[in-house]
Write a protein that binds this ligand. Structure first.
Ligand code: NAD
Length: 255
């Protein structure tokens, strides 16, 4: 039985992970963490305000869905203790991502902006579509999430845009435009437009449009339940235990 610590156990994803773990016979919840100063839910396992304290309860793997600033700290704690980490948290800066990459030299770390099988497939489709269609088709990506989401665009949108950019042979850093407003030049070929909608209780929707002269293709993914993410994260955690240190992704788990 794999013993899992859930960082951010009181959050939307944290609560879903508790449920997903209770349905998984090969894993169990061993401990959780909450942000200092917030109330700990009653779960029948220790809930601490630091990951270090949570790891003292005998933990085989950590699943983190917290917030970007906590990710490098949690990765460093896991590296120091040699505990594998599934990092579902998004919105990391380049520096924060580098700190996570550094930690993965000492312990297995799996980062996933989206832990669903559907989005993994969509990334492949997006790359293939961009490669086949080429610059004659304009690529625009629209994502929608609930009003509480803090980072924009979503980590998944960036993953999908990066896949399309790879297919097109352009650079996301140079060729992406985030929203449009005001007067400007005509849309250049090879640009990737990314647009974030926020509101209501939308769990997660991503649509990639390939807009050509006389036809358009839309690739669309909708999540209706956060259990999809939670089950994927638990599957990733089971897969990650026993791996050698390194940086892994959902591609490694699901292919
Ligand atoms: P949320 O705000 O509901 O939950 C985050 C929780 O983490 C909160 O309870 C917060 O108090 C807690 N927290 C913050 N810092 C902490 C710390 N240092 N230690 C312990 N707890 C801490 O948010 P959410 O909707 O659950 O999303 C959390 C993260 O997961 C976001 O970055 C989101 O984008 C990402 N996410 C990823 C996927 C995926 O498939 N990878 C899916 C959904 C959400």
């Amino acid at each position: 039985m794999i013993r899992v610590a859930v960082a951010g156990v009181a959050g939307r994803m944290g609560r879903e992970l508790v449920q997903a773990l209770s349905a998984e016979p090969r894993a169990c919840l061993a401990a959780g963490t909450v942000r200092a100063g917030t109330a700990a839910p009653v779960l029948g396992v220790p809930v601490e305000t630091s990951l270090e304290a949570a790891l003292d309860h005998g933990v085989d793997v950590v699943i983190d869905f917290t917030q970007h600033a906590a990710a490098p700290v949690h990765a460093a704690v896991c590296a120091a203790r040699g505990v594998p980490l599934v990092l579902g948290t998004t919105g990391l800066s380049v520096e924060q991502q580098e700190a996570v990459n550094e930690a993965s030299k000492r312990t297995p770390v799996l980062t996933a902006a989206n832990t669903s099988l559907g989005v993994l497939l969509l990334s492949r489709f997006a790359e293939e579509a961009a490669r086949v269609l080429g610059p004659a088709y304009d690529v625009e990506l629209v994502e929608a999430h609930h009003r509480h989401k803090k980072d924009a665009p979503s980590g998944t949108a960036l993953q999908l845009a990066r896949a399309a950019a790879a297919g097109l042979g352009v650079s996301l850093e140079k060729d992406a435009v985030h929203g449009r407003h005001g007067l400007g030049d005509e849309r250049p070929k090879g640009q990737i437009g990314i647009h974030a909608v926020r509101g209501g209780d939308v769990v997660g929707e991503h649509t990639i449009l390939f807009l050509g002269d006389g036809e358009r293709i839309e690739l669309r993914h909708q999540v209706t339940s956060r259990q999809t993410f939670a089950r994927g994260a638990v599957r990733a955690a089971l897969w990650l235990v026993g791996r050698v240190p390194g940086l892994y992704s959902m591609k490694d788990v699901l292919t």
